[in-house]
Ligand binder design. Structure first.
Ligand code: ES4
Ligand code: ZN
Length: 417
């Protein structure tokens, strides 16, 4: 492990300050290990450690077009060209994506290309091998793979490429506006500065209106299974970049990490003029939704499906028209529901809740925005006017300015199925 690092000192070098490749502290269990050695505690192999080479050159040479994989989807490349074979298909309804983890859009093709570019070896022999690991028992089993795979993201370019690839797919799925989560601590914990993450994402997002016809916002999430102190330190590290951030959020393992733990950082964010959202009522009980509302003062609840277990909470959410960003395919893949046909979405709509349909971590859960619309239409028998109401809700619940919101709502009303 004595080879010299090819990079400029400080340039997304892991571990932190040192630019001498060395046995990295494993992000999964915090112990030193040799590159590629198995992290026995979680049953996955850490991707930290192989030597950076002529990174970007190799990546440029090997990163071929990304091709959609889902049945009924569209094959496409990353050039912004029209989807192949789209002629015969009806245009998807215009919609806003309000619950989307950018790290959860990392497709196997790009993961392998970034690993190659950064001189890393993924612990999967092929893209198909990696896809075969996308079988989850619950939220934690997904999060283990999600955090492991995102370690291929190291440079500003990596984050820009990730966001640009997402935006290409999003537009094909009718997304006109996207409010995008990112997890700064998942990157700073392995030595990638928060500025690298935000600058990379912002570069792609700044180009998005012209390149993809999509407006965007960025939402900085805190990992609820890390300490409140870590969230506060991360917020201060991100302060120089707050003009790029619209809201803060709260995500990761919900059970055992209630919203109130993060009261202080949410207060700071609100003082700084940011909006607030939080995952609650995904795997956790309705009490977490109450706390998100009453302690954190959130403007939206992410997921919130378990609110349906508490009639008083349902009444409160309906009275205040608090948006709930529901993610049907995520709920299916993480076994929040056994079958999509059992999903509480129709009951939520019947209860008068302000519900939106979103994709969460589309690379892992089998579908982007329109795929989720199609899935609920088919599994739950939603009619066209219900789908239009869901699309309207997505813009109503967004953090858009009123003029742009009205423009998008008119597009929804004019949509022909
Ligand atoms: C997440 Cl599905 C889900 N739930 C909670 N936190 C997350 N982070 C990324 N995906
Ligand atoms: Zn989520």
């Amino acid at each position: 492990m004595a080879a010299k690092c090819a990079r400029t000192p400080g340039e997304s070098c892991v571990p932190r300050e040192s630019c001498t490749p060395q046995e990295g502290a494993c992000i999964l269990r915090g112990v030193n290990h040799a590159p590629g050695e198995s992290c026995a505690s979680r049953g996955v192999v850490c991707v930290i450690g192989t030597l950076p080479g002529a990174a970007r050159e190799r990546r440029a040479a090997t990163a071929g077009p990304v091709v959609a994989r889902r049945g009924g989807g569209t094959a496409h490349d990353l050039t912004g060209a029209e989807p192949i074979g789209s002629d015969a298909m009806a245009a998807p309804i215009p919609k806003a994506e309000l619950h989307l983890h950018i790290e959860g859009t990392l497709e196997p093709e790009l993961a392998f290309a970034l690993a190659e570019g950064n001189g890393l070896t993924l612990p999967f022999a092929s893209q198909d091998d990696l896809r075969a690991a996308y079988s989850f028992q619950d939220l934690q089993s997904f999060l283990d793979l999600y955090y492991a795979l995102m370690t291929v993201l190291r440079t500003e370019d990596d984050f820009a490429d990730l966001a640009d690839a997402y935006l290409t797919r999003a537009r094909e799925q009718g997304v006109r506006h996207a409010e995008i989560f990112f997890d700064p601590q998942a990157h700073t914990a392995r030595g990638v500065p928060v500025g690298t993450v935000i600058r990379g994402l912002a570069r792609a997002l700044d180009a998005a209106p012209e390149k993809h016809g999509i407006t965007t916002r960025l939402i900085m999430c805190f990992l609820r299974d890390h300490s409140a102190g870590s969230a506060l330190r991360t917020f201060e590290e991100a302060r120089p970049h707050l003009e790029r951030i619209t809201a803060i959020g709260l995500d990761s393992a919900e059970v055992g990490n209630p919203p109130a733990k993060f009261r202080e950082v949410f207060e700071l964010a609100r003082e700084a003029g940011l909006k607030c959202v939080a995952h609650a009522g995904e795997e956790g009980p309705p009490a977490n939704v109450w706390e998100a509302l009453d302690v954190l003062g959130v403007d939206r609840v992410d997921h919130g499906v378990r609110s349906m277990e508490d009639p008083k909470l349902v009444a409160r959410l309906a009275a205040d028209q608090v948006p709930l960003t529901v993610c049907p395919l995520s709920n299916l893949r993480l076994r929040v529901v056994d079958r999509l046909a059992d999903h509480p979405l129709p009951a939520m709509l019947d209860a008068g809740l302000m519900v939106t349909v979103n994709s969460d971590d589309p690379s892992y859960f089998g579908g982007y925005a329109e795929d989720n619309f199609t899935a609920v239409r088919e599994a739950l028998g939603l009619d066209e006017e219900t789908l239009r109401a869901l699309a309207r809700n997505s813009f109503q619940a967004s953090f858009l300015d009123e003029t742009t919101r009205e423009t998008y709502l008119k597009e929804v009303d004019a949509h022909v199925f």
